[in-house]
Design a protein around this ligand. Structure first.
Ligand code: AMP
Ligand code: MN
Ligand code: MN
Ligand code: MN
Length: 278
């Protein structure tokens, strides 16, 4: 029997990934992944193609999404797994988020133009194609123009909160995004808990409210997590009696630090979220 390898968080060209859903599934298979969840930002548009490819490649595909959510003044990412993409409540929510993304993209472009940068809008629209536009598309534009040296610098200088190209966005509230996922029969997971720069006090508050809203799991192992990060995240899972998830957050083969299926093991004592949909 093949060893089971789970990767429950990654992106395709349906949002800010660089591989098409079928290329992504092919690569996951090559890297030994046996169960993959495609979790594009605020869209399920890549799932049909990914499911077909998964049948051909003999890999189990979990239908997923990564929803942007507001919590007080913070933006959190809520992953939904094992969702029914056809669910009307979920799709109505996705339509709202799509409007916000489209509108925000124009505003980000306008802010950068005000800073006397070349207009990113046409390139970003072209690069996103039919997919959802994210700040990563803007970062890639700034890199391609030689304005910054890499994506990180694009965020540090232009795109992060407090920087000239930042546009605050009123995404749906956290509880609301959890409700959409639950309505679609899915499991809600707080993605990469340590990437929000929240104090532990705040993170405990987030997890209390998340659980109250019906959230069931937290990502404990992510692509770039250190052993210490994993230990801390595992502590939050145990404290709040949440299931544990694992996902690379893979976007592109160009990022040598993150690979599909290249993930540390879950620490013992945690209940893996995938037991819910085996
Ligand atoms: P958005 O959801 O449109 O705000 O874009 C967020 C996306 O930008 C994330 O999913 C990452 O793919 C990317 N991102 C955010 N921060 C960074 C960073 N510091 N370096 C590289 N990519 C980032
Ligand atoms: Mn992304
Ligand atoms: Mn995320
Ligand atoms: Mn992600």
């Amino acid at each position: 029997m093949k060893t089971a390898v789970y990767d429950l968080h990654c992106h395709s060209t349906a949002s800010d990934g660089s591989l098409s859903p079928s290329q992504l599934v092919g690569r996951a298979r090559e890297k030994g992944v046996t169960t993959l969840a495609l979790t594009d930002h605020d869209t399920t548009a890549g799932l049909a193609e990914a499911s077909l490819a998964a049948v051909v490649q003999d890999l189990k595909l979990i239908a997923g999404i990564e929803l942007s959510a507001n919590y007080h003044s913070h933006c959190l990412h809520i992953v939904g797994l094992n969702i029914n993409p056809a669910n009307e409540i979920l799709q109505a929510g996705i339509a709202l988020q799509h409007q916000l993304r489209a509108e925000r993209a124009k505003q980000i472009a306008a802010k950068l133009v005000k800073k006397r940068l070349p207009d990113p809008y046409p390139s970003v629209i072209a690069a996103a194609g039919n997919g959802e536009i994210t700040r990563l598309h803007f970062a890639d534009f700034l890199v391609a123009q030689g304005i910054v040296s890499d994506q990180q610098q694009a965020f540090d200088r232009y795109l992060s909160k407090g920087k000239p190209g930042y546009v605050p966005t009123q995404w749906a509230g956290m509880a609301e995004t959890v409700n959409w996922i639950s309505a679609a029969g899915g499991v809600a997971i707080l993605a990469h808990p340590l990437r929000y720069n929240l104090s532990h006090k705040w993170l405990n508050r987030v997890l209390d409210d998340f659980k109250q809203a019906g959230g069931m799991a937290v990502e404990v192992v992510t692509g770039r997590a250190s052993a210490e990060d994993i230990r801390i995240s595992a502590g939050f899972a145990i404290r709040h009696q949440l299931l544990a998830s694992v996902g690379s957050d893979f976007h592109s083969p160009e990022n040598q630090w993150v690979e599909l299926g290249r993930l540390a093991n879950l620490p013992s004592g945690l209940k893996p979220v995938w037991e819910l949909f085996l």
